[in-house]
Design a protein around this ligand. Structure first.
Ligand code: CTP
Length: 241
C-alpha cells in the first residue's frame, strides 16, 4: 500500500487542479538533486550529514506541479510528487552516475554531497574488539562540476550551506563560491541561524547572481522558497509566461 504521505501529496495535486503555474514549465526537462549522501565505512556504518532533503524535494515537487518533466535524484527517504521520477541513491558516486544519465534544461543541485568518502570501505563489519579503525578518506566526484561542463550546458542552480569562518563571512564565501563554481544562480544560507537550513521546514536564503549581486529573501517555508525559486529561474531563463 502507498505511504500516507504519498496519498496526501497525490490528493493535494488533484485538489489543486490545473493552475496557470502548471503551464509555466511545460516542456522543460529538470534534474534536482536532494538529500545528504552516505559514504560507507563498512556494511553498517557510514559518514553522512544533517541534510533532510526537504528543500530539494520541495523544488522538485513545485517544478512537477508547474508541468516540468522532473527527475529527482535523491539520497533522502522523503516522498515525492507523483509526477516526479524519483531515483533513490545513497552515495556521491551513485548520485553522480544517476545524474550523468539524465538530460536536462535546468539542473538544481540541492543535495548535500559528501566531499570525501572512506577509501575502500570494508566488506565486513569492523569489530570493536579490533580497536578504533583508521579511516583514510578520498575525494568524491563533483556532481555539479560535471553538469556545468556539459555542452550544451543546462541552466545550473547551486546551493551553498555556509557557516562563515574567522577569515570570511558566510555570504562573502557564497559570492566567491558562485563565481568559482560558474553557476547561473547560487542559493546560499547560514546554517547556524535557527530555522534555516538542515532538517527544518523553513529556510532563510540569499540568492547570488552571476555578477556577484546578492538578494536576501525573508525567512519562509521551504515550499514557498521553492515557488519563488521557480519564478526566478523562469525569469532568468526568459521563459515565456
Ligand atoms: N556538489 C556536488 N558534488 C559534490 C560536492 C558538492 O554536486 N561532490 C554541489 C552541491 O550540491 C552544491 C554545490 O556543489 O550545489 C556546492 O556544494 P559545497 O559543498 O558548498 O561546495 P564545496 O566545493 O564543497 O565548497 P567548500 O569549499 O565550502 O567545501
Amino acid at each position: 500500500m502507498a505511504e500516507p504521505e504519498d496519498i496526501l501529496i497525490a490528493l493535494e495535486a488533484i485538489l489543486a487542479g490545473p493552475s496557470e503555474a502548471l503551464v509555466n514549465l511545460g516542456g522543460l526537462k529538470v534534474i534536482v538533486t536532494a538529500g545528504g549522501t552516505r559514504e560507507a565505512i563498512d556494511p553498517v556504518r557510514y559518514i553522512g550529514n544533517r541534510s533532510s532533503g526537504k528543500m530539494g524535494h520541495a523544488i522538485a515537487d513545485e517544478a512537477a506541479r508547474r508541468g516540468a518533466e522532473v527527475v529527482l535524484i535523491t539520497a533522502s527517504d522523503l516522498p515525492a510528487h507523483p509526477a516526479v521520477k524519483a531515483v533513490r541513491v545513497e552515495s556521491a558516486q551513485e548520485m553522480a552516475d544517476a545524474v550523468a544519465g539524465v538530460n536536462a534544461d535546468v539542473a538544481v543541485m540541492a543535495a548535500a554531497v559528501a566531499d570525501f568518502r572512506p577509501a575502500g570501505s570494508s566488506s565486513e563489519k569492523l569489530a570493536r574488539t579490533d580497536g578504533p579503525p583508521e579511516v583514510r578518506l578520498e575525494k568524491t566526484p563533483d556532481v555539479l562540476a560535471a553538469v556545468v561542463a556539459r555542452d550544451p550546458r543546462p541552466f545550473v542552480v547551486g546551493f551553498a550551506a555556509e557557516t562563515g569562518s574567522a577569515k570570511q563571512g558566510w555570504l562573502e564565501r557564497a559570492v566567491e563560491k558562485a563565481s568559482r563554481k560558474n553557476v547561473d544562480l547560487l542559493i546560499a544560507n547560514d546554517i547556524t541561524e535557527p530555522g534555516a537550513g538542515f532538517g527544518v521546514d523553513t529556510n532563510h536564503v540569499a540568492i547570488v547572481f552571476p555578477d556577484g549581486r546578492t538578494e536576501d529573501w525573508e525567512k519562509a517555508p521551504k515550499t514557498e522558497i521553492a515557488r519563488r525559486l521557480w519564478d526566478l529561474i523562469s525569469q532568468q531563463m526568459a521563459l515565456p509566461r
